[in-house]
Design a binder for this molecule. Sequence first.
Ligand SMILES: [Zn+2]
Length: 274
Amino acid sequence: MNRLYKTLIYDKQVSLSVLDTTGIAQDARDIHRLAPAAAKTLAELLTCGTYMAGCLKSPKGAVSITVKAGENSGSVSVSGDVDLHMRGYIDGSAEGRLCGGFMTVVKDDGFFRPFTGACELVSDDVSKNMEHYFDISEQIPTKVRVAAKFDGEKCVAAGGIVMQLLPGASPNTAAAVEKKAALIGDVAADIAALGAEGVVKKYFAGETEGTYSYITEPQYKCNCSRSKISALLATMGRAELEDIIKEQGEVSVHCHYCNTAYKFGSEDIEKLFK
Ligand SMILES: [Zn+2]
């Protein structure tokens, strides 16, 4: 099940997003054959990415989050677009840990140039790092509670709750959001038991009644294709590609996001330059 539920709460001073990303988390685990700890970290970052993709407005909007963690830790990268097609990968050596290092966010929302923000990692916890990112880089008070739970190869549940203060939100509203965030317990358990709409009812029944809301279905979907890879190869030039064919017998390009290998033989390379 995948769901993104969005609405405004507290007199339209706060945007609320509730996500069920269990299906995305399961797809990510299966595509990359991850151990539970790494699958959990990737799923939680994919949930944050899905939230950000849900805030995009341009029909060509896209967002990516890259985490380059420090020593004895690894790297994670997730990206998605305005259609909520999400993808990601995690460095196998990471074992899900996010100690040290940096997080970078690139948002392309149809403006002249993409917005890039970055912050230091402050915790092993994905939610705390995201809150820190919004605080430092975008200067928007945001409460992030994302979680994923795996039982061996199976994702029991993944999802999250994000509350973001809109410009002009009153101090009383900020205090109410703090209080509400403190009430939120185990989000993965809540999603498993209630689903996204059930979570909205459990925590926000009083604030969402009569407000406009919408629900979309994000999914794990890579945007790579043989024709895109072909176009990329063509920019390398014929001589270099022919050298690779001579040495390795073929040109092989691997998409990290969906674990697909694209193979090109000498005839394919010839066609590229016709
Ligand atoms: Zn791909």
